[in-house]
Design a protein around this ligand. Structure first.
Ligand code: NAD
Length: 379
């Protein structure tokens, strides 16, 4: 009998963007075995896909209710243990809640839910379930992002004074100007995406990244969002000022109409003594800048990196670590938690992080709608 963790997946079928990333990531450290799930709302499509990727079709279910009732009939040691929720946003909450109520460990895509209220309910449900819950803010798994967190925790920058995170994409540009295309894109539909497109989809990654690497908590936001067309219901661009305290401030600049940009997430954190800069499209280089010093370029796998960063590197220096590795590191952390092993809190984002992300989205939209005013983020 395999000792690997039994994994199920909801969504993430052959027609999806993110499914392949989770499937490959789950295999990276030989910790999981994909057993089944519901890859698609049509069972025939799910079964076809299972056959395509070479897993048995006997534990492919019509929907989540069937998955839960059938899995619970099995002896505990045979049941699926962890379920990844990779569906469009509006399904995260009902699926995750039902999974927790039935004792499953959950890996959920971001944004955690479609409302902050739902996130708070999930938090209460998790308290009762006492299982493991991770939210895949994927970029936190990169070795050099983890090294940023290490260096800032070790006070390498001194007191942080300024934070600037940019997350620019351009893929909505050709969609937004075409009425038919924008009507068929779920990320632009409130009933599927929630109250935001850009802030919910990528602004929330930027927000989490800031809190993950800096250890600071955003206290207030002031947002100026752009919808581009009168009849377009969800934001597709936004600039959000951040207040951490009276003298510590920052900005998130985010857009999905930054024409021809791909996945340009860049993070810059400036302290009294030094600054750190990192770019998602070149994730193996972390730049350390200091007055009067040449720029230092830190890279993965070297002994000068901290334990958390080194733990996320599989090969010697010079072998680039990419997005699959980053997600693989998150899955590894979850595996440790599920197996009751010790792990560093930086190994995977939690439901609390996902809940803060939901609060951020709602507060950014509220700030914009009330005329670009400062709005407080909850504790
Ligand atoms: N962490 C990241 O960097 C990242 C990147 C991309 C997407 N995402 C998130 O992942 C989620 C999915 O995004 P995507 O781009 O892959 O979406 P997608 O539209 O490409 O794929 C959605 C998948 O869910 C399936 N699905 C829909 N309804 C279902 C149901 N009722 N039961 C089972 N399966 C169902 C679809 O068939 C499809 O396979 C979103 O919440 C998104 O925000 C995260």
């Amino acid at each position: 009998m395999s000792k690997k963790i039994k994994l199920g997946i909801l969504g993430g079928g052959g027609d999806s963007l993110i499914g392949v990333l989770h499937r490959i990531a789950s295999t990276m450290y030989d910790k999981y075995e994909l057993i089944g799930g519901v890859f698609n709302p049509e069972i025939e499509e799910s079964i076809k896909f299972a056959a395509e990727i070479g897993i048995g079709t006997d534990r492919i279910y019509k929907d989540l209710d069937h998955l839960i009732s059938e899995e619970k009939k099995l002896p505990e040691e045979e049941r699926i243990q962890v379920i990844s929720v990779l569906t469009p946003n509006f399904l995260h909450f009902p699926m995750a809640k039902s999974l927790l109520e039935n004792g499953f460990n959950v890996i959920c895509e971001k944004p955690l839910t479609t409302t902050y209220e739902e996130a708070k309910i999930l938090e209460k449900t998790l308290e009762k379930a006492n299982t493991v819950f991770a939210v895949t803010y994927t970029y936190t798994g990169y070795p050099m992002v983890r090294q940023m967190r290490n260096l800032i925790a070790d006070d390498r920058l001194g007191k942080i004074q300024k934070v600037d995170v940019q997350y620019y994409q351009g893929w909505i540009n050709p969609i937004i100007h075409d009425e038919e295309k924008r009507a068929n894109t779920w990320r632009l539909q409130p009933e599927k995406a929630g109250i935001s497109c850009c802030i919910g989809d990528i602004g929330t990654h930027a927000f989490d990244m800031i809190e993950y690497v800096s250890g600071l908590e955003v206290k207030k936001v002031l947002a100026d969002l752009n919808y581009l067309y009168e009849d377009n219901k969800l934001d597709i661009d936004g600039t959000i000022l951040l207040r951490f305290s009276e003298y510590v401030k920052g900005v998130i600049r985010t857009s999905q109409i930054a024409t021809a940009e791909e996945n340009n997430l860049t993070v810059a954190i400036y302290g009294e003594k030094a600054g750190l800069k990192w770019e998602q499209e070149n994730p193996n280089y972390l730049y350390l800048i200091e007055d009067g010093e040449p720029v230092k370029v830190l890279k993965p796998g070297h002994e000068y990196n901290g334990k958390l960063s080194l733990d996320g590197t599989k090969l010697p220096p010079g072998h680039p670590e990419g997005i699959f590795d980053s997600m693989g590191n998150i899955y590894k952390g979850v595996a440790r938690a599920v197996n009751g092993e010790e792990y560093d809190p930086g190994e995977f984002p939690t439901l609390k992080d996902g809940k803060r992300g939901m609060n951020f989205i709602e507060k950014a939209v509220e700030s914009h709608q009330k005329g670009n005013i400062w709005v407080e983020i909850d504790e």
